[in-house]
Design a protein around this ligand. Structure first.
Ligand code: HEM
Length: 141
C-alpha cells in the first residue's frame, strides 16, 4: 500500500496530467505499440497508426481510468472493479502487458513534466501503477 507521502506525490502531479489526458494517453499508447509491438495483437480492430482517432480516444479512456484511481486512491479496487472484470474475463489481457503499459505511461509523464518527475515522484507513481495493475489483473487467477 502507498504511504501518505506517496499518495500526496501521486495526487500532486496528477493535477498537471489531468489537463493533458488526451496527449499523454495517446503518447503512452504510441510508445507501447512501437516499443512492444506484440501488444498490438489485442487491438486488431483499431487503426493504430500514429495520431489516429482511435488512439486518441482510447488513450483518453485509459488515462481517465487512472484519474478515477487517483480520485479514489484509498479505494482503487472499488473504483476499478468493472474495468478489472473487463480485462480479466472478457479481454483476457496477459498481465505482462500491464507492466509494459505502466512503463510507457511513466515515460510519457517524465517526458512532459521533467522537473516534477523527481525520484520520489517516480517511485510513488511506479507503486501506484503497480497497484492499478494488480487490481486489473487479480481476477485472472
Ligand atoms: C479497454 C483502461 C491496460 C487492452 C479499456 C478501457 C479502459 C481501459 C478505461 C475502456 C473500457 C470501456 O470502454 O468501457 C486500462 C488501464 C490499464 C489498461 C487503466 C492499465 C493501466 C491494458 C493493457 C491492454 C489493454 C495492458 C493490452 C495490451 C484493452 C483492450 C480494450 C481495453 C483491448 C478494449 C478496446 C476497445 O475495443 O474499445 N482499458 N487498460 N488494456 N483495454 Fe485496457
Amino acid at each position: 500500500t502507498l504511504t501518505q507521502a506517496e499518495k500526496a506525490a501521486v495526487v500532486a502531479i496528477w493535477g498537471k496530467i489531468a489537463a493533458q489526458v488526451d496527449a499523454l494517453g495517446t503518447e503512452s499508447l504510441e510508445r507501447l505499440f512501437s516499443s512492444f509491438p506484440q501488444t498490438k495483437t489485442y487491438f486488431p480492430h483499431f487503426d493504430l497508426s500514429q495520431g489516429s482517432a482511435q488512439l486518441h480516444d482510447h488513450g483518453s479512456k485509459v488515462l481517465g481510468a487512472i484519474g478515477e484511481a487517483v480520485k479514489n486512491i484509498d479505494n482503487i479496487t472499488g473504483a476499478l472493479a468493472t474495468l478489472s472484470e473487463l480485462h480479466a474475463y472478457i479481454l483476457r489481457v496477459d498481465p505482462v502487458n500491464f507492466k509494459l503499459l505502466s512503463h510507457c505511461i511513466l515515460c510519457s509523464v517524465a517526458a512532459h513534466f521533467p522537473s516534477d518527475f523527481t525520484p520520489e515522484v517516480h517511485a510513488a507513481w511506479d507503486k501506484f501503477l503497480s497497484k492499478i495493475t494488480s487490481v486489473l489483473t487479480e481476477k485472472m487467477f
